[in-house]
Design a protein around this ligand. Structure first.
Ligand SMILES: [Mg+2]
Length: 347
């Protein structure tokens, strides 16, 4: 398997630089709501990073470092729109692709007959720039986790290809914290046992490792040995998940359709769980007894995987649709997915 991993560079801040070119070239941060008093840094450009400003830092602290830093409040609708354009472009290169987050994707390029990986990476990088004017970094290796690590090592604005016989050399000198999913706490637990580099990790007794990090140990040990069995979870084929069903008795009363609705929501959520997605957009659909149909959508302010939220929102959307005519068929569809960030799991 060959995986090409794309990660947009300083995505939100770069999006702001594109639509406000006057912000370019000077330190810039994108803040969460709350701005200068209560906000945190969601993204910042490299001019700001060079000063020591980082994501997740309170904006107040960034202002102490650079009092006149340019500060823009995050506009996620705009970033989602740019992300959609990038993902649609990437999808033209493979039938197997995983959208990992708003600015990251993994493409299975092994079976696509792309013989020159370097040429392909350049083509994708240039294509994204032409499409949205944004820089990205690309890493290629035999698995998703390795490709992400290779990508991280080539940031910003880079391309790096790791051949199978280079994997150990690449991995072993790196810190355990370079492994996606290994945070500061896990690194501390490993450090106490003398495990600091990925090379240390590859040589450690599995029992010691299990004692330090529990069930995470197998994945870590495998990776340190160059084994990367991470799989691509395709969701480009799954841009939405939906179910619809004919009602036993046509009705314009939402309460009388509630059992059917609950079943639909349950099935949609089971599917969503399988893919480890969070949903943001909910669409309800009604087919009436006169064979006309209508749909009604809503986007939530935050992604969710809650059955209760989906049931509540779908019920209210359907209620609006069923006010006049009798429904003979109802449907629920969810879309605008983001991946769940899993703890203790590499992806
Ligand atoms: Mg990024």
């Amino acid at each position: 398997m060959r995986i090409l991993f794309v990660d947009m560079d300083y995505f939100y801040a770069a999006c702001e630089e594109v639509r406000h070119p006057e912000l370019k070239g000077k330190p810039l941060l994108v803040s969460s709501p709350g701005g200068k008093s209560r906000g945190v840094v969601e993204s910042c450009n490299y001019e700001a990073r060079r000063l020591g400003i980082k994501s997740a830092m309170p904006v107040m602290d960034a202002l102490k470092i650079k009092p006149d830093i340019q500060c823009v409040q995050a506009d996620h609708d705009y970033y989602d729109e740019q992300s959609g354009r990038i993902m649609a472009f990437l999808k033209t290169f493979t039938t197997r692709m995983e959208v990992i987050s708003v600015d990251e994707a993994a493409l299975d390029i092994g079976s696509m007959g792309h013989d020159d990986e370097s040429m392909l990476a350049n083509k994708i990088k240039d294509g994204i720039f032409n499409e949205v004017g944004l820089p990205c970094t690309i890493g290629i290796s035999k698995g998703k986790i390795l490709a992400k690590m290779v990508c991280d090592s080539a940031k910003p604005n880079g391309i790096k290809i790791l051949e199978d016989d280079e994997i150990r050399g690449f991995l072993w000198s790196r810190s355990v914290e370079d492994i996606p999913g290994v945070g500061r706490k896990t690194a501390e637990r490993l450090g106490k046992r003398g495990i600091r580099t990925i090379g240390d990790l590859s040589r450690v007794n599995p029992v010691v490792l299990r004692d330090a990090v529990g069930s995470f140990s197998k994945e870590l040990h495998d990776l340190a040995s160059g084994i990367d069995n991470s799989v691509i979870i395709e969701h480009c084929e799954t841009l939405s998940i939906g179910r619809e069903r004919t009602l036993e008795n046509p009705t314009s009363d939402i309460d009388r359709a509630s059992d059917t609705l609950k079943a639909l929501v349950g099935e949609v959520m089971d599917d969503l769980d399988k893919h480890q997605f969070l949903l943001k957009t909910i669409t309800a659909k009604v087919k009436y007894t006169d064979f006309s149909d209508r749909i009604h959508s809503k986007s939530l302010s935050h992604p969710t995987d809650s059955r209760d939220v989906l049931l509540r929102e779908a019920t209210s959307l359907l209620k609006d649709l069923m006010s006049s005519k009798k429904a003979r068929k109802i449907g629920v569809r969810v879309s605008s997915f983001t991946g769940k960030s899993k703890q203790k799991k590499l992806f």
